[in-house]
Write a protein that binds this ligand. Structure first.
Ligand SMILES: [Zn+2]
Length: 502
């Protein structure tokens, strides 16, 4: 009704009013501006959210806290926009806004990787407790790299490896050096680093640790506990399957990692029964069709046996160096056949558009495939037709702001492409990708950046949080329970935050 009335005024009303003085002209102009504002807001991703009185009050408070933060940093001449996450991390941790966000329920973490979820300092301190832990302290070669960690049986230690505990005890500076070798920092926005080469070295340095069954169990238990502490109730891991092993039994079948994870969940459920987990079977973009075909078959076998644990399939690694999604056309063509053979569906959750180049067209492929969610989608904004398709198909984009800055895709986070997606009605969720490699745990840091740099309000924040459950791979029953839990947590948070921040 309001819209029609305003259109009527703008088309017919204005000439009538012209004779009636300047005040009326101004008011028509104001009306049109209000209409324009309203129409823009109606296209945004969070247009369907309306806030309660308590949420509106919290919104005012958060907006005040944000303003205070901006004026404080300005008076101290700290450049929020031209500093890297690593430079700002201490400031973030000291801020009221961060303390508030730590208490905010986050819903689900939909995009993270099996090698990147647990705190690096913890990894070093835990691994050194195993007598059988070693570190490579020679120059990089084809097989091993400096700082690579591993477990070996006594008498079977390859040349170049030394006892981790002894090395840490004998060289006081080595612990800090090892921490730096396991984390990727973008210390200055202007210095040159080949980020993906350095990034992949970080994964290589811990790659031999994770399949060792005793450590595997500790690693995931700690990872889940960290998430729960940061108010994350659900996680979906891009999971690289590997056969677990120990020195008594040798290798275990592939499915042992799933049954072990189920045991860890049982343990977690004693104190946090709401916590849920899904695995997205992941392989690599640099493999060929034959290998990916085999991986797909294995993924279907696993999904059939563990339908509640495996949700879908993804291909990871640097998009600029690996194959395009269309290179695997033959493999995608087999999906229907595999679906019939195993009687289960295996949707895709592909990384696509983790790039600044319009020559990378992976986002075009995900719009055509049975692809539920998109990892990153940074260059989606260069393909308006595809953006429209993704919006209509209601496929969520998993956004990881800090990861995008550290890997060099965005410098000033105010210019993050996700802002364009959100204002155009594309659904997104906030993610941490590989927080352990970036030197943090949880999701609060990523939410902090969206509040500060994207000027989000409580309405947007709420939508992002609830999206992470709505677009999760939880089944209908699980989703219902998870949403009820999140609602209750969210309302508690709003009440407490309103009391705490006056
Ligand atoms: Zn990722």
């Amino acid at each position: 009704m309001m819209k029609k009335y305003l259109i009527y005024i703008s088309l017919l009303g204005a000439p009538l009013f012209w004779g009636q003085g300047k005040m009326t002209e101004t008011s028509v102009y104001r009306h049109n501006l209000a209409l324009s504002e309203q129409e823009n807001k109606a296209m945004a991703f969070d247009a369907d959210i309306s806030l309660s009185e308590a949420e509106l009050l919290l919104d005012k408070k958060i907006s005040g806290i944000r303003k205070q933060l901006l004026s404080d940093t300005e008076s101290k001449k700290i450049s929020l926009y031209n500093s890297s996450f690593n430079e700002l991390k201490p400031l973030i941790e000291d801020s009221n806004l961060f303390q508030l966000l730590q208490t905010m329920p986050k819903g689900g973490l939909l995009h993270t990787h099996s090698g990147g979820i647990t705190d690096v300092k913890w990894i070093i301190s835990r691994v050194r407790k195993y007598q059988e832990s070693y570190v490579y302290d020679q120059k990089d070669n084809d097989q091993f790299i400096f700082g690579q960690l591993a477990f070996f049986e006594k008498g079977k230690v390859p040349a170049g490896f030394v006892s981790l505990d002894k090395k840490l005890a004998s060289s006081p500076g080595f612990e800090k050096e090892l921490q730096d070798l396991l984390t990727l920092k973008r210390d200055h926005l202007c210095s040159y680093t080949d980020y993906w080469i350095e990034f992949e070295k970080r994964f290589k340095r811990i790659s031999l640790l994770l399949p060792y069954r005793p450590f595997f169990k500790e690693y995931y238990l700690k990872g889940f506990q960290d998430l729960i502490k940061d108010k994350v109730q659900h996680v979906e891991i891009r999971y690289i399957f590997d056969e677990l092993y120990d020195f008594e039994h040798g290798k275990y079948p592939l499915k042992t990692s799933i049954t072990d994870l189920q045991d860890i969940l049982k343990q977690i459920h004693q104190s946090d029964p709401q916590f849920t987990l899904k695995l997205i079977y992941s392989s690599f973009k640099f493999l060929d069709n034959e290998s990916i075909g085999k991986q797909l078959e294995t993924a279907f076998v696993m999904k059939k046996e563990f339908p509640d644990m495996i949700s879908g399939f993804d291909l990871v690694a640097d998009e600029a160096a690996g194959h395009d999604i269309r290179f695997f056309e033959k493999s995608w063509a087999k999906m229907d056949e595999l679906h019939k053979k195993y009687g289960v569906e295996l949707p895709l959750f592909l990384h696509a558009g983790e790039s600044n180049s319009a020559l990378n067209e992976n986002v075009l492929d995900v719009a055509l495939l049975n692809n539920k969610r998109i990892g990153h989608g940074l260059n989606l904004i260069y393909f308006p037709k595809t953006m429209e398709q993704i919006r209509k198909q209601n496929k969520l984009v998993e956004v990881s702001p800090i990861s995008n800055q550290i890997l060099g895709y965005v410098s000033d986070l105010r210019n993050h492409p996700a802002r364009v997606l959100l204002s155009n009605g594309i659904q997104c969720s906030i993610n941490s990708d590989d927080p352990s490699v970036y030197g943090y745990t949880g999701l609060s840091y990523d939410f902090w950046t969206t509040l500060v740099y994207w000027e989000l309000d409580v309405k947007a924040l709420k939508k992002l949080v609830f999206n992470s459950i709505q677009y999760s791979s939880l089944n209908d029953n699980e989703k219902k329970k998870a949403t009820a839990y999140l609602n209750q947590q969210w309302n508690d948070f709003v009440q407490k935050a309103n009391r705490q921040f006056n």
